[in-house]
Ligand binder design. Sequence first.
Ligand SMILES: C[S@@+](CC[C@H](N)C(=O)[O-])C[C@H]1O[C@@H](n2cnc3c(N)ncnc32)[C@H](O)[C@@H]1O
Length: 324
Amino acid sequence: MSKGAQVDGHAVNGSRVLEGDCLLQLPELCQRGERFELLYVDPPFNAGGKRRARLASGVERARGTLAYDDHFGDVDDFLRMLEPRLAAMRECLAPNGSLWLHLSHHTVHEAKVAADRVFGRGAFQGEIIWIPGNGGRRRNGPSVTHQTILVYARGAQLLWNADDASLREPYAETSLRMHFRERDESGRRYRERTIGGKVYRYYADAGRRLGSVWADCPAMNANTPLTRETTGYPTQKPEALLERIIRAATLPDSRVLDPMCGSGTTLAVAARLGRYCVGVDLSPVACQIARERLRAILEYTGSSTKGRLADAQLQSLGRTDRAV
Ligand SMILES: C[S@@+](CC[C@H](N)C(=O)[O-])C[C@H]1O[C@@H](n2cnc3c(N)ncnc32)[C@H](O)[C@@H]1O
């Protein structure tokens, strides 16, 4: 992490990466009483083949270190893997928590039905259509230029920061000219609308609420060797995407869990925003990268805050429960 990077809060002691199958690791976390306000999970897409990490510059990805297998068989085989893990994830959620399940066209429709079975149809909150910017444009059929993130709530009270700036976007120029003609005593431009007999005031500088299609978090930021955040791990997601999700669904004292954390993007952002976070991954390469990423942030924030893990604490955490 560069010295210039912004650190919003204090990375919290105990944030860590666990190596293993989340189906086994999550019940252990639950047994210890750990509950999380946010679970973001980005499973393999079942797109076929093996995914490899490019750990050194100049190494072709095809010759890189094996990171994980992206082939489970047909969609039913994939669901047999996913569904029990979703059930384990649900148990780890705090009463006001949410699960964000990131999938592609390969499995999202069947996985939605499986997730409805686990959470209950009424727990489905909606979906984000994420446009990574690097999707496949096809000659002989519809292009594939988006991925889908399904959002489920654990209970009736969903933690949702509707007014966070990351969930706002500027009004269109024409809308500003047409509608925002009033100014308040401090000079801020606004418009008022009456809905159901109640008057609502909207400020131009606050922007409007973001829609459900997110096209401003390009995957390229996570996937080209030219950027700070690229680790070389395959299918790494951009920090901007995770930052928006974490800001939407957590508060500074919230806890974040990524049960298939890959290179640790969720953890890196959560730690930078001062949230306690735990990552789990089957792949030793993923865990190594995620630990290094998390450690860099904890050390950075730890230099001036409580974030740094004490050596004794590191040692006491054991083999599968090693801190970063
Ligand atoms: C698409 S990658 C995640 C990428 C991650 N979001 C990032 O930004 O780097 C999917 C990850 O799921 C992991 N995985 C697959 N099955 C798993 C399981 N049963 N338990 C834990 N991790 C698993 C893989 O090893 C892989 O790292």
